[in-house]
Structures are given as C-alpha cells and as structure tokens.
Design a protein around this ligand. Structure first.
Ligand SMILES: [Zn+2]
Length: 108
C-alpha cells in the first residue's frame, strides 16, 4: 500500500476555524487530517501550545493553502461571541445565529 504524503496547510489556535477550513476543503473533495483537536482530552501529554494543525495530501497542498488564505482574507479575524438582534447570545466562531439564522453584524 502506498503511503500518502501529507503537507501541512495551516495551523490555528481556534478549533472552530480549523473545523471551518476542514469542511471547506472536504467540500472540494480533499482528504483532510486535523491534528491537535484532541489535545485537551489528552491533558498535557502534548508539548507546546494548544494549536490545531490541518494536513492534506501533498497533491492538494497548494490549492488548500490558497483556499485557506481566501477564507482568512474574507473573515479577517475569528468572530467573537456576539448578541444577535433577536436577543440570543451566539458563541464565538459562528457567523450565523443558531436561533434566527441572522448573520453576524459587528457591533457599531
Ligand atoms: Zn438571532
């Protein structure tokens, strides 16, 4: 069996962001491996910061990095926790209200 060579696409401290990237890349038909999501479950067994890393097969690496860059360019920073106009509190990292589906609007 051939071993698939993986390339790191990006790393982020934000698990929600890592999961967003994974979902987007998987929609493109890529196999995505996420490393670091289980770090908290393993306690302090892992060295270093609590960082999530995304890997894809090397053949997809350029395309994947490009897509991640595009997402980052669009979003700027991860969404902070916010209060929707319907009054519900939405957790950080979510663009859409879980209750009324309204999109995130930065406070003015
Ligand atoms: Zn709402």
């Amino acid at each position: 069996m051939d071993e698939i060579e993986l390339a790191k696409v990006c790393e982020t401290e934000f698990k929600e962001q890592a999961l967003l990237f994974k979902a987007v890349l998987e929609q493109e038909g890529m196999d995505v491996m996420v490393k670091g999501l289980e770090a908290s479950a393993l306690g302090d067994a892992l060295d270093g910061a609590d960082v999530v890393e995304l890997f894809v097969p090397v053949v997809y690496a350029d395309r994947a990095k490009q897509m991640v860059d595009e997402i980052l360019a669009e979003d700027g920073e991860p969404i902070p926790a916010w209060t929707c106009e319907c009054g519900e509190s939405v957790d950080e990292g979510f663009f859409v209200c879980w209750s009324c589906q309204a999109e995130y609007k930065p406070a003015e």
